[in-house]
Design a protein around this ligand. Structure first.
Ligand code: ADP
Ligand code: MG
Length: 623
């Protein structure tokens, strides 16, 4: 019976398994040494398993009942040479040697398989993490972080089980079964045939259970993923959860997934246990049949009593591997689900990809052109429509527009965090896709609304974009970002660790560190996406002054909600629903009497203090 058709293996999806193996081939190849050794040990263990019942046969046929007609006679009559006790002694020694050698082989087999599994997990995790980090933001935005984490930790473990533990052990069990059946067949094929009578029944049972089991496992894994996602969401937003007193609500949400995971888990356990019991009963029926037929065969003179013992011994150990195969195949099907979850992420083909013939970008002058750029995250939901504009080197480009208008998306297209669906983005007249990603991105500095710092030293945080930066370069960047004096005032200076047990900084200080990080490479293009929105008025004014000074000689894109922040811009783009509604200078747009002028009036009306005080104005008009 071909493997695919055998219902015992029905709960494993062979095609998908083979595809998975194909997928993880490079990782498996790394552990080939261990795998080959493990296979050799497996063969040794199998031979030992085959030899195990033979000493008892020898005792029976040569020492206890020597008058029997011996079909499997040894070269000489042992009993004559050594006497009955001599035969017994030889058998005992044989028994011990078989146990010892078999044990050694089995030990190294499991050790090597486990070692290969660990190294495989290691390799897959490394590849997964490397891949994950390089996936574009559109992919990250559409997957929940918690689920991605679970895939990296939990699912890679299951994958090890599948690729190494289950498959190798199943293979060795299959070989044991076939080896024993082979020997049995040679000894007495009729009795062998009779003893296999329960096999079809056994496979049918396994088939019945397997489908439901697979479904239960899949559902449980899915719930686990959602649970992990919820967990990481709540932990991220823990301040909101606590401040709003919503712990009970989150308990309930978590409990719901948890309960459903439990339910499917219980179902799987029940099914597995049920399957094992049924197999046990069938094994007993098989053994009973063999004893009944076997005794007749012995009485008829086809077999010696020792042969029958070998038979029963084999049968006991044939059914055990079969039972283990049944159990392992369920694990295999669980692991297939996990493997696919990992492969799914690894298989994501990027839209943002470096071209084969991409070349390092020359030092940019900083002219940026958008030509009829169209972009969407999901089909049929356009985010940018026919965006066309041009910025000369050294210009300040302001971007204003309501939340969700597409400002951040538009700026993300310049360093290729995303790629346009239609149209093109050019720097100095060359499409950005023609450059290598590294050479493109290292010439573009980015400051975001929320300064994201790593839990390490200030020095490392600033040098993040230039790991080989000297301390002088780090200090120069800090000085340019007006944060040097402050850093020096800290107890450990540049070696002060930020956040997580380290010093806590104010929003303005964090933002200035982020600015130092963005400019340490002196990029000709600077992207400032609402860099002061999260700051108080005084800090915002300070950061604004810093940015204003730093922006000289660079092409700067500045998203702002306060129009004052971009009033001096060479060109201001007003975005609405992904379209450039108006563009021009502050004065031109005010004269035009459109959206810009309307917002300008609104912001001035809301201002409770005289417009003469720029810091106060900035604070008052924040929304
Ligand atoms: N990762 C994403 N997946 C799907 N839609 C997104 C994603 N990011 C932003 N959007 C949508 O694209 C539009 C523009 O978003 P964004 O560029 O962030 O606007 P802005 O920066 O002007 O506030 C919004 O409608 C937003 O909902
Ligand atoms: Mg934005």
């Amino acid at each position: 019976m071909p493997l695919q058709k055998n219902p015992l293996f029905k709960n494993v999806r062979w095609k998908r398994l083979v595809r998975l193996f194909h997928y993880f081939r490079p990782d498996i190849y790394r552990v080939r040494g261990e795998l080959i050794l493990a296979l050799m040990c497996t063969l040794g263990a199998i031979l030992a398993a085959l030899a195990r019942p033979w000493p008892i046969k020898i005792v029976f046929d040569y020492a206890l009942i020597p008058k029997h007609h011996l079909r499997w006679a040894l070269p000489f009559d042992l009993a004559k040479g050594y006497g009955a006790m001599g035969v017994a002694s030889v058998s005992c020694v044989l028994l011990l040697v078989i146990a010892l050698v078999g044990g050694l082989f089995a030990y190294y087999q499991s050790y090597l398989i486990a070692a290969a599994g660990q190294r495989l997990t290691f390799a897959v995790r490394r590849r997964y993490f490397a891949h994950l980090q390089r996936l574009s933001l559109s992919v990250h935005n559409s997957h929940r972080a918690g689920d991605l984490v679970l895939r990296a930790t939990g699912d890679t473990n299951m994958l090890r089980e599948m690729l190494v533990d289950s498959v190798l052990i199943i293979l060795s069990e299959v070989l044991v079964v076939f080896g024993m059946l082979g020997v049995m067949f040679v000894m007495d094929w009729q009795l062998t045939a009779a003893s296999l009578a329960v096999l079809p029944l056994m496979t049918l049972t396994a088939f019945r259970f397997s489908h439901q089991l697979r479904e239960a496992v899949r559902l449980q894994r899915q719930r686990d993923g959602r649970m992990a996602a919820l967990l990481s969401e709540v932990l991220h937003a823990i301040i909101v959860v606590q401040a709003f007193g919503r712990q009970a609500h989150e308990d309930a949400r978590f409990g719901d997934f948890n309960k459903r995971s439990l339910k499917q888990g219980m179902r799987a356990v029940r099914l597995e246990a049920g399957l094992e019991r049924v197999v046990e009963v069938l094994v007993s029926i098989g053994t009973a049949g063999v004893i009944w037929f076997g005794v007749r065969r012995v009485l008829q003179g086809y077999l010696t009593p020792g042969d029958l013992l070998v038979f029963i011994g084999y049968l006991g150990s044939t059914y055990k591997p079969l039972r283990r195969i049944a159990r392992l195949t369920t694990r295999l099907s669980k692991a297939t689900v996990s493997g696919e979850r990992v492969a799914q992420i690894l298989a994501i083909q990027e839209r943002v990809r470096e071209r084969k013939n991409a070349r390092p970008a020359p030092p940019f002058r900083g002219a940026v052109t958008f030509n009829e750029v169209e972009f969407h995250y999901q089909k049929d939901v356009p985010v940018l429509r026919r965006v066309t504009f041009h910025a000369e080197p050294g210009q300040l480009v302001g971007l204003v527009g309501a939340n969700g208008a597409g400002k951040s998306t538009l700026l993300g297209l310049i360093p290729r965090l995303y790629d346009p669906i239609e149209g093109g983005v050019e720097i100095d007249g060359v499409n950005v896709k023609r450059f290598t990603l590294e050479s493109l991105r290292e010439q573009i500095g980015i400051v975001l609304q929320q300064p994201i710092l790593f839990g390490t030293t200030i020095r490392e945080n600033i040098a993040y974009g230039k790991p080989d930066a000297t301390i002088d370069e780090v200090e120069a960047a800090a000085r340019a970002a007006d944060i040097h004096e402050f850093v020096l005032s800290l107890p450990h200076g540049y070696d002060t660790v930020v956040a997580e047990g380290g010093v806590s900084l104010s929003g303005g200080q964090r933002q200035k560190i982020a600015i130092a990080r963005a400019i340490i490479k002196n990029p000709p293009i600077l992207i400032l996406d609402e860099p002061t929105t999260a700051l108080d008025a005084a800090a915002a004014a300070e950061v604004n002054a810093t940015l204003h000074r730093l922006g000289r000689g660079k092409t700067v894109f500045r998203v702002a909600h306060r129009l004052e922040d971009v009033a001096v811009a060479d060109v201001i783009l007003v975005l609405r629903d992904g379209e450039i509604l108006e563009q021009g200078t502050h004065a031109e747009l005010l004269r035009a009497g459109g959206w810009y002028q309307w917002i300008s009036t609104l912001q001035r009306e809301r201002t409770p203090v005289p417009a003469a005080d720029p810091i106060r104005v900035a604070g008052g008009s924040r929304s």
